[in-house]
Design a protein around this ligand. Sequence first.
Ligand code: CA
Length: 120
Amino acid sequence: MNRPSGVLTTKGTYYNYNERCRWTIEIDKRKRVRLHFTSFDIPNCNYDTCGCDQVDIYDGSDATAPRIHYICSQKFLVENITSSANTMFIEFVSDNDNYGSRGFEIHYSSVEGKTHIKLY
Ligand SMILES: [Ca+2]
């Protein structure tokens, strides 16, 4: 996705088991990517350590970049997640159990600056 802003979302009303969705966001080189979750419904199967359905967020264009955040339940939600440069890679994986969860919707936008950011 290379528009300055957009929406990433799991498909359908309820996401499937064994899903794997990946998004690469690449925006203007002078900007940084900021994510904001507008909806989130992933079951709390393993409250502290994850291991079921999970969203991973990387500070670069693919999964070899540093992982800046992961979310597998409400507990891990933060207000915003911002990259250090102009790319971000997001991966969602669900396991082989399906609890009828709705998944998530993420809005991304472009923000100014390349100041050094604190990694989560
Ligand atoms: Ca699951």
